[in-house]
Design a protein around this ligand. Structure first.
Ligand code: NAD
Length: 248
């Protein structure tokens, strides 16, 4: 068990990659706080983990809201005494060119995808320092490394997460808090199905060297590595999980 005795907060844990990470972390021995704004889905993930013998609590956590963060961290400490791991996974994807992008859309994407990560990091720092260290995994995207001409705000937000992660890794290195980013490619979840439709999603197959869409579990395994002590000497890196898209 790679996370035995560890306590993890995972945002956007009600579905998709966040839910897969919550389930895998619990199987690896972690107690998991699942934060999201989708209460019904979040409670289902919580129940599934408990039914399988793991330890999980769903909490309503809008990553833009510092009071929600306070509540989530307090819940972790009350139930399990500490916070070792934070996975900043929650995000939204909107499809707009630069000319189509309004200030309202820009601010909404940045608030959730980037400011939410800053708020989460601030919220867990005191507990990680008390625990003598920790691991923060920020879910960025391949969209921080290669561009598509129709997701202006999303690309900017994920690019910001990429460099923010390195800045944070430097700031907190002396606290023994590691901060790394994960860059998923085309992962088969509601996010891209809703945004693109299944027909367009299947076209991705042509550009993926491994010849298949990624599954949430593929990403969860990489996140587990960065969250666990297996990566104890790794901080500030970016881990693409993309079936090889970046090679081309
Ligand atoms: N699916 C892909 O192909 C892909 C590719 C690259 C990066 N990513 C990134 O992976 C992460 C997970 O995405 P996914 O594919 O599982 O998508 P998803 O839409 O299934 O999951 C995102 C989750 O975040 C939650 N969320 C949205 N706004 C929130 C808020 N304000 N507060 C709390 N939770 C909120 C949603 O309710 C949802 O449960 C995201 O950061 C996404 O940008 C996804």
């Amino acid at each position: 068990m790679k996370l035995k005795g560890k306590v993890a907060i995972i945002t956007g844990g009600a579905r998709g990659q966040g839910a897969a990470e919550a389930e895998l972390f619990a199987q690896e021995g972690a107690s998991v706080i699942i934060g999201d704004i989708l209460d019904d889905e979040g409670k289902k993930v919580e129940q599934k983990i408990i039914d399988e013998g793991g330890s999980a609590n769903y909490v309503r956590l809008d990553v833009r809201n510092d009071k929600d963060w306070d509540k989530a961290v307090k819940l972790a400490v009350k139930k399990y005494g500490k916070v070792d791991i934070l996975v900043n996974n929650a995000a939204i994807l909107t499809l707009s060119t630069i000319e189509q992008t309004t200030k309202e859309e820009w601010d909404r994407v940045m608030d959730i995808n980037m400011w939410g990560i800053v708020l989460g990091t601030k919220a867990v720092l005191p507990e990680m320092r008390k625990a003598g260290g920790g691991s923060i995994v920020n879910i960025s995207s391949l969209s921080a490394m290669i561009a598509q001409p129709w997701a202006a705000a999303y690309h900017a937000s994920k690019g910001a997460v990429r460099i923010h992660t390195k800045e944070a890794a430097l700031e907190f290195a002396t606290d023994n808090i590691r901060v790394n980013s994960v860059h998923p490619g085309a992962i088969d979840t509601d996010m891209i199905r809703d945004a693109y439709g299944i027909e367009r999603v299947s076209k991705y197959l042509e550009i993926i060297p491994l010849g298949r869409m990624g599954q949430s579990e593929d990403v969860a395994k990489g996140v587990l590595f960065l969250a666990s002590d297996d990566s104890s000497y790794i901080t500030g890196i970016e881990l693409p999980i993309d079936g090889g898209i970046l090679i081309k």
